[in-house]
Write a protein that binds this ligand. Sequence first.
Ligand code: GDP
Ligand code: IMO
Ligand code: MG
Length: 426
Amino acid sequence: MIVGAQWGDEGKGKVVDLLARESDIVARYNGGPNAGHTIVAGGETWKLRHMPSGILWGKECVIGAGCVVDPGVFVEELDEFERRGMSTERVRLSGNAHVIMPWHLAIDRGSERRLGKLKIGTTRRGIGPTYADKAYRLGIRLQDLFDPKILRQKIEVALAEKNVWLERVYGDTPLELEELAARYESHAQRLRPYLADTSLLVDRALRSGKDVLFEGAHGTLLDIDHGTYPFVTSSPTLSGGAATGIGIGPTRIDAVTGVAKAYVTRVGEGPFPTEIEGPEQERVRELGGEFGTVTGRERRCGWLDLVALRYAVRLNGITALALTKLDVLSSFAELPVCLRYRLPSGGETGDFPAHQSDFHHCRPVYETLPGWSEPIDEIEDFGDLPEPARRYVEFVERELEVDVTLIGTGAERERVLARAGAAAAA
Ligand code: GDP
Ligand code: IMO
Ligand code: MG
């Protein structure tokens, strides 16, 4: 199980790609095209939206019931892979996954516009409205696309409400039944071969001793229940979500690798205690190439936050950590690491605050570690890292009491250092 331990974009795609080689199935269980996972392999860059990051190794790739799918985006993704000579034959889609419809996109956009300064800063991919309709039991599922009568009826029922909303609340143009029915029926033809009972498929694979890698999207602090609500996404992002999102028991997950950057980034609005003040933020952004895969937005950058990371270890049951982008920190003379938060009441805590106001108004308490100036991207062994870089990693391990088994030293697939325990974690 691979899970994002911060606010997303930790480098999960790269880590999943790395471990997928030794796995039989790679399964996504949450979210939709709000995810953007970049993999750089053999000089080529792949940007995945829905697609599980096992695709490059030709592994069986599952998109589970807990995901939401935008058929138009997914078809584009399939076409792109085929065009670049990658087979998509082994992709499997759950018929229970909900469909992102055009009204969801329009409502996401309209709602953000209306919220103005209070906006969430969503990716505008219709994620929130789709999950809301799912909970409201008004959603359209992938399996509905394959029966034209059911599809038409469901679109008609939805439009009766959504068009009123679009026109009256957001001043948007209403959507047209015939056009939508035809467009989604055509998507259905393209998607039909991929449909499968993905819960059964994963269960059978596990029973026959195969290795299944669950790929979490987004990050711990974007979790709908335990994240920095309301500045979160609308799906469960934690490791526990894999069980419900795929349809297997929680006892089937035996190891959880949390992926964290050696610093922190966040896209969109919301509190961020270790966000760097001053020009160093820009420097981290430039060195780390911190611009969103999905929206191209600047990612906000901060120093490593061990309070938040400790929370991620707790929420996900993390058994090993992958610390990515350590190379980006080369050439900083000093590296502040947040160990505790100073609360508005004056006290300090090493535990993530349970109350939102404490988190919104806390100040980070840093310990400053020495940096290093030599590039580390060519290094192949942990022992050959500059002493301060090793100490940085060991500091994280000691504070969190979790082994760092993988260290990212560059975007390319090969730029990674594996340490003892990595095999067990995989
Ligand atoms: P994800 O959403 O968690 O899969 O992460 P993203 O792909 O959105 O963002 C991570 C970015 O960092 C991507 O552009 C990766 O190619 C890149 N990346 C991943 N690991 C490393 C690393 O160790 N070093 C550097 N320099 N880049 C990395
Ligand atoms: P990956 O999988 C970074 C953030 C958005 C916004 C909030 C809600 O690439 O790590 P949404 O569109 O989901 O309703 O937006 O969540 N967000 C992400 N930030 N990486 C992601 O995914 C994200 N998915 C959602 O920026 O703040
Ligand atoms: Mg991303």
